[in-house]
Design a protein around this ligand. Structure first.
Ligand SMILES: [Zn+2]
Length: 153
């Protein structure tokens, strides 16, 4: 019952608005509801920590990346990245050790500092201190290219 009354729409008035204004009001309301639901969710909290509102091409450079780059950045953001530790956990890989140094567990964090990837980090990420998952188009592109290399070599 309480839930029903919460969903009762406010009384409409007779003021006339243009179609454009009506569209803008509806769009803002949808965004509001989406943002509220997203905040109340329990899943996807890793992404939520960095992205509290629906992203648009202007607010998240991810939208301007190429398909391959979007794919890898999404995997990095959600933590569902085909590192050996992840694949091992899924039962799809015999070892969780790093494919490059074969010494440490292969995680995103490890690949970001693995001594065997020093040159690749310089080549793909230049002066960037580490992977950037939420940043400029250029930062995301460098991160995507580095991990595309690190996870496929
Ligand atoms: Zn390593």
């Amino acid at each position: 019952m309480a839930k029903d009354s919460a969903h009762t729409h406010p009384k409409q008035d007779d003021r006339k608005v243009s179609l454009e204004a009506a569209k803008a009001i509806i769009k803002a309301q949808i965004k509001n509801e989406w943002t509220k639901q997203w905040a109340d969710e329990t899943t996807g909290r890793k992404v939520w920590n960095a992205l509290k509102e629906p992203a648009s091409a202007s607010s998240d450079a991810w939208w301007r990346l190429k398909r391959m780059e979007q794919t890898i950045i999404s995997k990095l953001r959600t933590g569902h990245c085909p590192t050996n530790s992840y694949l091992h956990l899924m039962g799809k890989m015999g070892t969780s050790l790093c494919r490059h140094c074969e010494r440490d567990t292969e995680t995103i964090e490890h690949l970001s500092v693995c001594p065997h990837l020093f040159e690749a980090r310089e080549l793909f990420m230049q002066n960037q201190a580490g992977p950037v998952l939420y940043g400029t188009e250029e930062q995301l592109r460098m991160t995507a290219n580095f991990f595309n290399y690190a996870l496929n070599e």
